[in-house]
Every structure is written in C-alpha cells, then in structure tokens.
Design a protein. Structure first.
Lengths: 248, 298
C-alpha cells in the first residue's frame, strides 16, 4: 500500500523543524546569536561609523553567521549527545544524516535572519545601496561561509561536554573575529596581527563578501581557495570526531 | 518458530572490561519478558545490542526477524531508554509528529497519545511534564510506529508507586494486543506481576530464564512467618536458616530445610504465634541466583 507522504511528514522536514524550534525557543541561544551581531552592526556600523556601513555589513554579517553556526552545532550537539537524545534517535529508525542536515538548515535559517535584518537596517538607515545581484551574492557568500563553521561546531560538540562547550566556543569565536578584522578593519590592526589574519577563515569569508558587494576589490581567488581548503579541513575534523563517537 | 528476539554468543567488551560473556537469549513472540539483573549486570549493554546501537563484537543478534543495525528492522521496534534527553522545549505534539515521520505506517497522533493516556497533554512542552507524564509520553513515542516488539529499559525508574503501576498496566495492555515486550527492570514485584517470562542476567551471563512460577518453584527456599521472642542471633543458630527480616515484631524468615527449621523453631520458642509458611518469591529467586543473598543486611 503506497500512500503519498506529504513533505511535512518526512523525517527530514520533521528533524529540521524540531532542531529549529529547540534553538528558537531557547532564549540563551536565540537572543545572543541574533541580537549581538545585529546590535553591534547598528552601533559600530550605523551609528559610530556611518561611512563604513557597507564595509561592516560584510564583516558583521560574517561575525553573525560564524557565531550562529559554531553555537548551534557546538552547544546542541554536545547537549543532545550527552543527554541521551541522540541515543534515542539512533535506537529509533532515524536516518542520522537527516539529523545533521536539520541542524545545518537551522543554521541557515538563523543566518538568513541575521543577514537580512542587517541588510534591511543598512539599506534603510545607513543608505547602503547595492545592485540586486550584489545583495544576492552577499547572502550567498555569507550562507556558504556558515558551512565550514558548522563543521567545526559539530567537531567541538562531539568532543566537548555541554558545560565546556559554550566557554570553549567563545574562546575561539571572539578572538577569531577580532583577529580576522571583523570588528576593526585589518589594515588598522598592528602589523603582526595583519600578517596573522590571512591564516584565519573569517578573514576570507569577509574578504569575499567585500569583493562581491563591490566594497573592496580583493584577491577573490585566494579567498575562495582558502575557504575551500578550510571547509575540507573542517570536514575531516568533523569526520574524525564522528568516528570516535560510538553512539553513546 | 520465529523468535522475536534471538541472540547467540554475544560478547561485548568496553576496553578490557567484559560486559557480556557469550549471552544466548531467545524470546518467543507475543510474550512479555522481564530482563532482571543487578546494576552493572549487562542489561543496558544487551539492550544497546538488541537496538543496533552497538554492532556485535562476537555473536549475532536478530530482532523482529532482522538485523537491528538496519533501519527497516528498527521500524518494527519501539523503545524507551533509561535516559532519553528529549529536548524540553518541544511540545508533545511536535515530538509525536517527529517520531511518526520515522515509521512507514504510524498510528495517528491522537490515537497514540490516547494509548498512553497523554492526549490531554498534547500542547504541553516536554519540560513542563511530571515524571510520570514524561514516561507515558515516551511510551507513546515508542508505540507510534505500531511496533511488533517493544524494548523498554527501566521505564518505571524514578516514578512513585502509583504512576509506576499505571505505566505497568499500559505496558501489559500492549502485550495483550499481541506485541512482544522486553522489559528491563529492577522492580521484582513488577516483573512478577507483569511478565510471562523472566530472564535473569548477572555479571554478563544469563543465569536463569523461565516463568516466574518456574523460577520460584525451583528454589529450595520457603518463607516462614511468625511472631517470636527469639533474636536474630537465636534464629541464625537454627538449622536451615538463610535470613530474616522483622516488621512490627513479626518475623519473615527465609529457610532452606523447612521441616528441620520449624521443628527447631518450635522447640526453641514454645510461645511462638501466627506461624505460616509460603513459597519463595521472585525476589528470593533473584537474590539466590545472583548470589546477593548474603550481602543483604539481616
């Protein structure tokens, strides 16, 4: 008896939905991941440096997607793994790849909320004007930029306990953001920090975002290559963490 | 006959520590089988093997006619685990819809919630529920795929006696509908009340399997009840004595050679009152078989 399964009755959709709702209803996650980057953008990009509003749209956008990816994966994976939810899902006939895909979809949804609110603020209050193609390219770059950070978050979530995860992720997230020039342009950082930035993934996400919006033409081939290498590296890291995980 | 659960020669090690030493287990379909064992006996490891969470290191597992490592096999199984870690901010309805999506022919949401008597909680978030309500919701999630086999690991742990009993009745009702149930429990009274068959695991071995009656009848022990002025030490000296417990001045004595014991008891305490003798309980069988008898304080 073959009945047609509605898409909202598929495991993939249900897992996206439950993963999204779990984080959306968790103020400790949803508020900081959305309000901090958007709030910082308003303060630094729109109020303090209106001349840099377009530039900071790219860098704080990167800051936002990076945070939501690291925290969504890192914290929820470590919690769900250590509290037995993953064990129950595994004992049930869950297609486990869909659990991870559901989390990635959640990260993309949160990323879009962050980036679209920043774009709206930029256009409305800071007079940022971009071509339609440039807007779309900006969103595409930032969403793609969320993928490697999701993989890093997954690896951290597999390794860390739920208590350690938020602290460790903050220790990685904030310094990485500053050293990559997301808050202050790299050119205004001390010389030694400038040479460090090219080794950091967020620098290249932001660089690519600046390039596609026509804000600052840059070595986009280099940025893109660096991101591909970083994505492959994080995929290996996540795969190693996954193999160590024996299901409990 | 096709078994609902068939495990042969299962060995499982955690590093150097051996959790299961060649376990053989066969459960007929349609029975409620209680899996009993002290903490650390290997029950949870066995459950993880039966659910395909672990691959057998040695030996083989067949459940519901297939390999539990296959998703299709697990679609015929419903399960409750000791710790479930369900996200607390999802509602009962959302959880039911999620689990329904994992099975080919799920029950409707309302009929599943009705089976577990949680239909009135559909809109509540999991985190707002009491312990008994949570366990019933988890039972609903286990039932939603219309399983042929239910594997329940300590479903009643942490519940008050009334909720525990209510949950037991719901589980028994599933057995009446023809579902095979494997119930891991610490609660011997519950096992005796609900189970068609009892399997006792100890230190990684299955040491007994049979109906509760078979297990208790095979024991040489009997229970002797009386009111006596004798002390613990006096009783210990009598022939056939195993152990004693006192409640409200009335003694409950487990003995091995009943005739010799009672003769000696009547000689030692002519003022003895309210003497009666009963067969051993499942608890006695459990304690004797797992060798924990002597550890229990008198």
């Amino acid at each position: 008896m073959n009945t047609i399964v509605r898409f909202d009755q598929t495991p993939s959709w249900q897992l996206i939905r439950s993963s999204f709702l779990t984080l959306w209803r968790m103020p400790a996650y949803a508020l900081p991941t959305i309000l901090f980057p958007v709030g910082f953008y308003v303060f630094f990009g729109v109020i303090l440096n209106p001349g840099l509003a377009q530039w900071m749209l790219a860098t704080f956008g990167t800051f936002g997607v990076m945070g939501t990816a690291l925290f969504a994966f890192g914290v929820s994976v470590s919690t769900e793994r250590s509290q037995g939810w993953w064990l129950l899902l595994r004992a049930a006939p869950t297609p486990f790849a869909a659990v991870l895909a559901g989390k990635l979809a959640t990260v993309i949804a949160f990323s879009l909320m962050i980036v679209l609110s920043m774009a709206w603020i930029a256009a409305l209050f800071a007079g940022v004007r971009l071509e339609t193609g440039q807007w779309l390219a900006l969103f595409a770059v930032l969403i793609m930029g969320a993928v490697p950070f999701s993989l890093v978050g997954l690896a951290l979530g597999m390794w860390l306990s739920p208590n350690a995860a938020p602290a460790v992720i903050n220790l990685i997230y904030l310094p990485l953001a500053i050293l990559s020039g997301l808050w202050i342009p790299v050119s205004q950082l001390p010389g030694i920090m400038q040479s460090l930035a090219v080794w950091l993934p967020p620098y290249h996400v932001a660089g690519l975002a600046l390039h596609v919006t026509g804000t600052q033409a840059g070595p986009w081939v280099q940025h893109l290559s660096a991101l591909l290498v970083f994505t492959m590296f994080s995929a290996v890291l996540a795969a190693v963490a996954w193999r160590r995980f024996k299901g409990v | 006959m096709e078994y609902a659960i068939r495990a042969t020669g299962l060995v499982h090690r955690y590093g150097k520590q051996v959790a299961l030493h060649g376990v053989d287990l066969a459960c007929a379909p349609g029975k409620l089988v209680a899996l009993l064992g002290p903490n650390g006996a290997g029950k949870t490891t066995l459950v993880k093997l039966l659910l395909g969470v672990f691959a057998p290191q040695q030996g083989s597992v067949q459940v519901a006619g297939g390999d539990p490592r296959q998703r299709a096999t697990r679609q015929a199984i419903g399960t409750m685990l000791q710790i479930s870690g369900v996200p607390e901010n999802l509602t009962v309805t959302e959880l039911a819809d999620l689990f329904a999506s994992l099975y080919p022919e799920p029950l409707s949401r309302m009929s599943t919630l009705g089976l577990a008597q949680v239909d009135d909680l559909a809109r509540r978030r999991f985190g707002q529920l009491s312990g008994g309500q949570r366990q019933r919701v988890l039972l609903a999630l286990a039932l939603i795929g219309q399983p042929k086999l239910l594997i329940l690991d300590e479903p009643g742990s942490g519940l008050d006696p009334a909720s525990r009993r209510a949950l037991g009745e719901l589980i028994r009702a599933q057995r009446e509908r023809g579902t095979t149930v494997l119930l891991c429990t610490h609660d011997l009274e519950e096992a005796a009340r609900l189970a068609d068959e009892v399997v006792i695991v100890d230190r990684g071995h299955i040491i007994a399997q049979g109906t509760p009656r078979e297990l208790t009848r095979s024991l040489p022990e009997r229970r002797v009840y009386c009111r006596t002025g004798l002390s613990n030490a006096d009783l210990e000296r009598l022939p056939g004595f195993c152990r004693v417990s006192f409640t409200d001045g009335s003694a409950e004595i487990l003995v091995r050679d009943t005739n010799a014991f009672i003769q000696a008891l009547l000689t030692a305490d002519p003022a003895l009152e309210d003497l009666s003798v009963a067969g051993a309980s499942l608890e006695d069988a459990f304690l004797t078989l797992t060798g924990t008898v002597n550890k229990e304080p008198a």
